[in-house]
Design a binder for this molecule. Structure first.
Ligand SMILES: Nc1nc2c(ncn2[C@@H]2O[C@H](COP(=O)(O)OP(=O)(O)O)[C@@H](O)[C@H]2O)c(=O)[nH]1
Ligand SMILES: [Mg+2]
Length: 408
């Protein structure tokens, strides 16, 4: 053949072309496979999320679960709780089983915080007077209990000043410590001008519950609805977390338990501000004292969330300018310093007026309440220590500090 060279070249070109095509096909197939996998993954995530929401619904305890507390043993818990009540001026005939039950729960809940703290502190201090070294130990313990650097500094320097002036015994040291911690928690409460947050009669009170996902907003709102309607305030709930499918159902269960109506909009991704708009109309019509507003808490789209909150706020201010609005940040105590970070970022964007600390049952980080008072300057209004409807109480700094530092 005369054109061997040519045909060789031609074959080589054809080969290269085919090779390239094959390569492209392979890449195309790989891309398709990747896309398929990506889609499958997204579908799986969606299903998991749905399953999780279903599960959350199932997790809500039944209505029958409103258990009335029973008088337990005449034990250490009872004695301690009764003493705490007596120290606040309660007379014997004014003490209720509910109060004893709550204090017992609080003390038990703060046990973990106490274990790494007071027990060790008492071991270290013994009955001997405080020394500069024991102050160093105390500093470490306070930081470890998530009390926060600012509060810890404050307490330690007060104690140091006191030590320079006089001999301080172990017991007196604890007493002084309690006083200092209480001062820190009380400061924002005093600054707010009211020791206790209660709805003002004759006005519409609107309490917004804000905070990131999972901290306990909806649960807390359910407990507040119970507390409020039980105290004869006409109460209404606005289901303004329209992002989570299960949120409305979850609220309805809580509303059912305390005979409080829930205003909601079932359509997917309804506008939360529109739900609040409807709820205010109903509240006015029904002469409601307290409107409790549940809000969304997704973190990943934080700006949207903040926009959403300010839109809700604007609607309220416009429709009921004389309403008393409280914007309450819900914080999960078990998240410790992380919760504090959330508080700081919310405090920057949302116009907060108070905090509610949840999940104080069984966390070792109850001390974070002090950091919230000192560093975010928010009055703590309620605390939650359990998933039951009665496991929420107005915050009482004396009881809290006593429970946190209760010795055996
Ligand atoms: N142990 C305990 N769990 C709580 C408390 N408050 C809420 N939870 C639980 O925390 C989870 C999330 O609560 P939820 O109200 O749905 O949080 P939200 O996403 O902020 O609305 C649920 O399983 C609640 O039962 C509390 O005080 N103690
Ligand atoms: Mg919720």
């Amino acid at each position: 053949m005369t054109n061997t060279d040519n045909s060789h070249e031609w074959a080589a070109q054809a080969y290269a072309l085919l090779k390239k095509r094959q390569e492209q096909q392979k890449q195309e197939l790989e891309k398709q496979e990747q896309q398929k996998q990506e889609l499958e993954k997204q579908e799986q995530q969606k299903q998991e999320l749905e399953k999780q929401e279903q599960q959350e619904l199932l997790d809500i305890p039944d209505k029958e679960n409103i258990v009335e507390p029973e008088l337990g043993e005449f034990d250490d818990n009872f004695t301690w709780s009764a003493m705490v009540l007596a120290a606040q001026g309660k007379k014997i005939n004014q003490i209720s089983i509910d109060e004893i039950d709550w204090l017992t729960k609080l003390r038990r809940g703060l046990e973990e915080t106490r274990k790494g703290f007071v027990t060790e502190l008492l071991d270290k201090l013994g009955d001997d007077p405080l020394t500069p070294e024991s102050l160093d130990d105390l500093e470490t313990l306070l930081i470890r209990a998530d009390v926060g650097i600012d509060s810890t500094d404050k307490v330690i320097s007060s104690l140091r000043t006191k030590l320079n002036e006089e001999v301080v015994g172990g017991e007196a040291g604890i007493k002084f410590l309690k006083k200092e911690l209480k001062l820190i928690i009380d400061k924002p409460i005093k600054n707010s001008g009211s020791d206790l947050l209660v709805p003002q009669k004759g006005k519409l009170n609107v309490w917004l519950l804000v905070g990131v996902n999972g901290v306990g907003k909806t649960t807390t709102l359910g407990k507040l609805a119970y507390l409020s309607s039980n105290s004869n305030y006409k109460t209404l709930i606005a289901a303004a977390d329209t992002f989570r499918a299960a949120a409305v159902e979850q609220l309805k269960v809580w509303g059912d338990r305390s005979n409080v109506d829930v205003i909601s909009n079932q359509s997917k991704n309804a506008d939360p501000a529109a739900v609040v708009f409807d709820a205010i109309n109903s509240a006015k019509k029904r002469n409601v004292d307290l409107l409790l507003v549940d809000t969304a808490g997704r973190l990943q789209t934080k700006n949207n969330l903040m926009d959403e909150l300010s839109k809700i706020r604007k609607i309220i201010d416009k429709k009921v300018p004389d309403a008393i609005v409280e914007s309450l940040l819900v914080l999960d105590a078990s998240q410790g310093q992380n919760g504090l970070k959330q508080a700081k970022s919310f405090a920057k964007s949302a116009d907060l007026s108070g905090a509610i600390i949840t999940k104080l049952d069984g966390t070792s980080r109850g001390g974070v309440s002090l950091a919230v008072s000192e560093e975010v300057n928010l009055p703590i209004r309620f605390i939650g220590a359990g998933e039951g409807i009665k496991d929420l109480r107005p915050f009482n700094s004396y009881e809290f500090v006593e429970a946190m530092l209760a010795d055996k």
